[in-house]
Design a protein around this ligand. Sequence first.
Ligand SMILES: [Ca+2]
Length: 217
Amino acid sequence: MTKFTAAAIAAMGLAIGAGTGAQAASITNGGFEEDSTIVFGGFLPRGNGDMSITGWTVGGSAVDWISTLWTPAEGARSVDLNGSSPGSLAQVLMSLVVGTSYDVTFALSGNPGGGPTIKALNVAVGNENADYTYDVTGNSFVNMNWAYRTFTFIADAPSETLTFTSLDNGAYGPAIDDVSIARSGPKVPQVPLPASALLLMGGLAGLAGLRRLRARG
Ligand SMILES: [Ca+2]
């Protein structure tokens, strides 16, 4: 009989709980449509500390909340991560399952109104992050040519902060819209598994997570 450590047993419990109807991780207002009671025209600058874009907190200098200025990827609004200078948007992700891999998918474009031509941003969750670039050559406010990108991370805690940060100077930054989150890889099987199989899967997932944590430490 395999012996599990207390931490492994706890991880098993988390994995099993997540498989039996516990609330899944989600993005609040990933399309930047809310707060819809705030009405504006082309764009609306939002400064450091602002929380009027529901679910998101502005960092850095400022971002521009975009309405009619350009075509969004979805809905009616999106964001330029640069106000008059670089900014960021952050949201605390909840209900993450420790050791589980997640994909954060987002639509990426850039403000075609000015340079740089190659826009750059950083996406981070906890201590994991990656840079992304987007070339606005040939784009216009009408034709934003949104492209979907995916950032994959492994949850280290039930709650971690997702941050999009502009890496560009000036007022014409990377643009984002339609942010979503889902577990990476194969989806949960449609056929119900016997309890013993769920226990085994949970234990393996928990142990894998512990190995990753140890490898990082
Ligand atoms: Ca939108």
